[in-house]
Design a protein around this ligand. Structure first.
Ligand SMILES: [Zn+2]
Length: 79
């Protein structure tokens, strides 16, 4: 009998994602042009670069997105 153990604390790409690819869904709108995405399988977070391509959401990019979102919201209130 074989037993398989899974470690939920392991972050990164799941086996399913590495075979089938991530299933990203939009989790947050930053501005009209930028959004944040999260994989439904492994929870990997992505965002968009200036060309609209998906890139890994690093803590630095998360900070930038926070700032962009703040500016975006402020401008919407003023308009
Ligand atoms: Zn995934």
């Amino acid at each position: 009998m074989k037993t398989y153990t899974t470690n939920p604390s392991v972050s990164g790409t799941s086996v399913i994602c590495s075979i089938l690819g991530h299933k990203f869904r939009s989790t947050r709108k930053i501005t009209n042009h930028f959004s944040e995405y999260q994989c439904r399988c492994c929870g990997k977070k992505m965002t968009e670069d200036t060309r609209g391509r998906l890139i890994s959401l690093t803590p630095e990019l998360q900070d930038i997105n926070e700032t962009l979102n703040m500016i975006f919201k402020r401008r919407q209130i003023q308009l």
